[in-house]
Design a binder for this molecule. Structure first.
Ligand code: UN1
Length: 517
């Protein structure tokens, strides 16, 4: 018997205290849309701006805590997340419909991130650099930026936020975090785990607000000088606006945006492996990862065989209750279902749907014996014959739909892979190393998989994209440190006189006419 659902009441937390709400939002379970997971008090722009002021105050003291001690706090966060992994994963499954096994993997990604950064507390290296003059020493230091305002999507409601929160806090910053409304309960739970690790009040603040209020609050905070770094994960469209706003304040935002991730299949590929990779990256998480597969670009000589096997695998794939052993559960939220239905209208007469029925899973259009009752379940769709000028080829289609097109030469495949102008993830299936390296060199993506799916990046490699996928910022591993710290150069002259750089420098005269006999 299923436990009766509990509706949680949650509100923003600023400076360790519950903050005022201006309205209420109901976060629902997409597998049973009538079930309310949390009643969320929504804050307005004023509260967002106030949170940034509170964060600015708290940051001063937090930055004075020695980095190794901050590292210990990160270690505690990792332990707390690990100890609460099952409850957190269950909540993620309940709130956004992510299959439980995947939700557990998502929680694991937070622990991995903490594992990496707890040690960074004892590194956070600066450098000693030789001076061009005697009795002078040069150093570099990594300084925290100050306050980071972090706005995240809800498809990875806890892992992706941790990619910002963990390194930002470790580096000595304070954070104001705005999670996606439809994943608010998961966000609130993660906040509580962070707080339980002993973060002083105000160092991490969580604000639930809609997009418009957040934007206005952020604008005000930037004007007031209380935000020094903006992190945003979401659509390219909103990312552009956030980037513009940050740019006006002479800041560069850390942007992690959409993708139209290509998978190239060479004639020498292991087709079975490619089918497995395409199935997982196309339809795992119901195609709702920023790294999900967009278009399969398959060599014309293996197109028919690949398509036959792929269509068969997709038809057999289990879509169903996310607490069961399924490839995918429902879409994240009604908003995503509506948008996905719009993408389905991009299928045109010259296309061929090879995966079976399209649209909502219902009693009249079941999947095996699953009728999808009460949930936002959709059939996975494979569209063959997409052309380079189709919307289906050019634009991100967040949800379970994958296009297929063909190529003749690797150069042509690379051109097709880059054509949509995104540049997040990509993949090539080949057994020839030369193809793999030529693809790597030519593809515009920030991430390249060889004989692996486009999704499922590990938490300690640089994560991020180019073009419409982002502004070149990178998260994760040591690379994200450049987002949350600023280099400070220091020189210390102990010669007791003014030594002028470039002028008072000893010159050693070479004999440049010297030649070997
Ligand atoms: C996202 O969808 O925003 O590489 C992130 C992956 C995951 C993260 C996806 N580790 O697919």
């Amino acid at each position: 018997m299923r436990r009766a659902p509990v509706t949680r009441q949650i509100v923003s937390v600023v400076g360790g205290k519950d903050a005022a709400s201006a309205s209420t939002y109901q976060s629902t379970n997409p597998a049973r849309t009538r079930e309310v997971v949390a009643s969320v008090g929504m804050a307005d722009a004023d509260t967002f701006a106030a949170a940034c002021r509170t964060a600015k105050e708290a940051q001063r003291e937090w930055a004075k805590v020695p980095a190794p001690v901050r590292g210990r706090v990160i270690a505690s966060i990792g332990r707390l997340v690990e100890a609460n992994a099952e409850s957190l994963a269950r909540l993620v499954t309940e709130e956004i419909g992510k299959p439980y096994a995947e939700a557990l993997g998502e929680v694991r990604e937070i622990v991995d991130t903490c594992d990496f950064f707890l040690g960074e507390g004892r590194r956070l290296y600066g450098q000693t650099v030789p001076s061009e003059m005697p009795d002078k020493n040069l150093f570099t230091f990594r300084n925290p930026v100050g306050v980071a305002a972090v706005i995240t999507a809800g498809n990875f409601p806890v892992a992706v936020p941790s990619w910002y929160l963990v390194p930002a806090l470790l580096c000595g910053n304070a954070v104001v975090w705005k999670p996606a409304e439809y994943a608010a309960a998961s966000g609130h739970a993660l906040y509580r785990l962070f707080a339980a690790a002993g973060l002083p009040d105000g160092v991490l603040n969580v604000v639930f607000a809609d997009g418009a209020e957040t934007f206005r609050g952020l604008e005000r905070a930037l004007e007031e000088g209380t935000v020094h770094k903006v992190g945003f994960t979401g659509s390219s469209e909103v990312g552009r606006k956030v980037g513009e706003l940050a740019g006006r304040h002479l800041q560069s935002a850390c942007l992690e945006l959409g993708g139209k991730n290509p998978m190239v299949i060479m004639p020498d590929a292991d087709l079975e492996l490619a089918v497995e990779g395409a199935l997982f990256s196309g339809f795992g998480t119901a195609g709702q990862r920023c790294t999900s597969l967009g278009t399969v670009i398959v060599h014309e000589s293996v197109h028919d065989e690949f398509l036959r096997r792929f269509a068969e695998a997709v038809r057999a794939a289990r879509i169903g209750e996310p607490d069961q052993d399924v490839l995918a559960g429902p879409l994240l939220d009604q908003k995503f279902a509506d948008r996905y239905e719009e993408y389905l209208t991009w299928i045109q007469p010259h296309h061929r749907v090879v995966s079976g029925p399209t649209g909502r899973v219902t009693e009249d259009s079941p999947r095996q014996d699953f009728t999808g009752e009460g949930g936002l379940y959709y059939h996975p769709v494979v569209v063959d014959g997409v052309r380079p000028d189709d919307r289906l080829f050019l634009e991100e289609t967040f949800g379970p739909i994958v296009g297929v097109t063909t190529f003749r030469t690797l150069d042509e495949a690379i051109e097709l892979a880059n054509l949509p102008g995104y540049g997040l993830s990509s993949s090539i299936y080949t057994t020839d190393a030369r193809n793999a390296f030529r693809f790597r060199e030519g593809v515009s993506a920030g991430m390249v998989s060889v004989n692996n799916s486009t999704s499922g990046a590990e938490a300690h490699l640089p994560f991020g994209g180019n073009g419409k996928s982002g502004n070149g910022s990178r998260q994760s591993g040591m690379w994200v440190l450049d987002q949350f710290t600023r280099w400070q150069a220091m020189n210390w002259d102990h010669s007791g006189r003014l030594q002028k750089a470039q002028m008072d420098v000893a010159d050693i005269t070479p004999d440049l006419d010297f030649r070997l006999p």
